[in-house]
Design a protein. Structure first.
Length: 201
């Protein structure tokens, strides 16, 4: 059975008689300025549609040694749909002493790296497998490192994505500040962040 209204006609309730209008070409207009549309649990979206987004911005500063999950740069995304993908965008402002090697990757739990944007193993030594790597310049130099990854093993529920840092030996990597961090108008501080987007498949 079909319900047909005149071209440009409206559909509404007793309190809002023209809530929905339908033009002659089938275009639908909602009269409310910021309408709320509630979809049922079985609603589907086309592949590539962004279902939700969450971000964490870390503006203070911290440091780490060895391989460490940086808990301040983590984000939890809830109400995930099984079979969707999660696109992760990470950015770290970091520094270390001159010549010190360091880098970052994203984990889904603990310090285990997500597959995808992670270096292949090489040789017999247990090399650090990172998404982005650098070498410290010391002094008051602060570097910005950005990368992304894709989680293609999403289950229904929630997941927490955390930036994990690696720095060689007993050295220390600083986050959002330079190695020397001199108190000067010409020495900047930085911001680090992590953003996740659930993508329909």
């Amino acid at each position: 059975m079909s319900i047909i209204i005149p071209d440009g006609g409206t559909i509404g309730s007793a309190s809002d008689t023209d809530a929905i209008s339908i033009a002659s070409d089938g275009n639908v207009t909602l009269s409310q300025t910021n309408p709320t549309i509630t979809l049922g649990s079985n609603a589907t979206f086309p592949a590539g549609f962004v279902l939700q987004q969450k971000s964490t911005f870390y503006t203070a500063n911290t440091s780490f040694t060895g391989t460490s999950a940086i808990s301040q740069i983590a984000v939890t995304i809830t109400n995930l749909t099984a079979g969707s993908d999660v696109l992760i965008l990470a950015s770290a402002s970091a520094s270390a002493s001159n010549g010190t090697r360091y880098g970052f990757y994203v984990s889904k739990s603990g310090t285990t790296a997500l597959t995808g944007n992670i270096a292949d193993a090489s040789g017999t030594a247990p090399r650090p497998r990172l998404s982005v790597a650098s070498s410290g310049l010391g002094g008051n130099i602060l570097a910005s490192h950005s990368f992304f990854n894709l989680d293609e093993s999403v289950s229904a529920g929630s997941s927490t994505y955390t930036l994990v840092g690696f720095v060689e030996g007993s050295e220390t990597c600083k986050i959002n500040r330079s190695d020397s961090d001199s108190d000067s108008a010409t020495v900047p501080r930085g911001v680090s962040s992590i953003t996740v987007l659930e993508i329909a498949q």
